[in-house]
Write a protein of this length. Structure first.
Length: 182
């Protein structure tokens, strides 16, 4: 039978004790050993992957690619589309609040889209003389088609739901006369 040596602290001497041959570990010991070996292997693979990732970003930098932007794009691609859209919408709102982004309608593409939507709304109103007259009064009251845009779109939306009869509909711009809310 194999022997092991241990130290007896009371007598300050070494004592030989018999050791049972336990064979392969079983139960929790086997699980611990198996998990430790798997984790050790995966840690090595992780280090290899991290090195490959560093090399890829270094290559991007050497090619003149903005690495910060690339990392951001990679992060965004990992997110579900709905989560990504929600974060982008929130960020866009915060940027607008802080004045970091001009209103979309003030950008060249935004102005073009706004004008196209306004033309479409005006065209739809032209089919109904009462609505066209209301739109004309709105433009006069607000001073321009652009300033009257929201009111004209509201009238257009109402025309989709019901017709304003008799051409007698009037809209008072808010804050322009004493009758509106301020």
């Amino acid at each position: 039978m194999p022997m092991t040596t241990t130290f007896d602290s009371k007598s300050s001497t070494a004592v030989a004790l018999p050791v049972e041959d336990q064979g392969e570990p079983v139960g929790i010991e086997a699980d611990i050993r198996r998990l430790a070996q798997r984790l050790h292997r995966m840690e090595g693979e992780k280090e290899q992957l991290l090195g490959d990732i560093r090399d890829s970003y270094l290559e991007a930098k050497q090619l003149g690619i903005d690495v910060k932007a690339l990392k951001r794009v990679v992060k965004l691609r990992r997110q579900p589309a709905d989560q990504r859209q929600a974060e982008e919408d929130t960020l866009e709102s915060y940027k607008r609040i802080m004045g970091l982004v001009p209103d979309f309608e003030k950008t060249p593409i935004g102005a073009h889209i706004a004008q196209a939507q306004m033309r479409e709304a005006m065209d739809r109103l032209q089919g109904d003389p009462a609505l066209a007259a209301t739109a004309a009064r709105l433009v006069d009251a607000f001073g321009s088609v652009e300033a009257a845009r929201g009111a004209i779109e509201a009238v257009t939306a109402m025309s989709d739901q019901e017709t304003i009869a008799g051409g007698g509909a009037t809209v008072t711009p808010i804050g322009r006369t004493g009758g509106g809310r301020n």
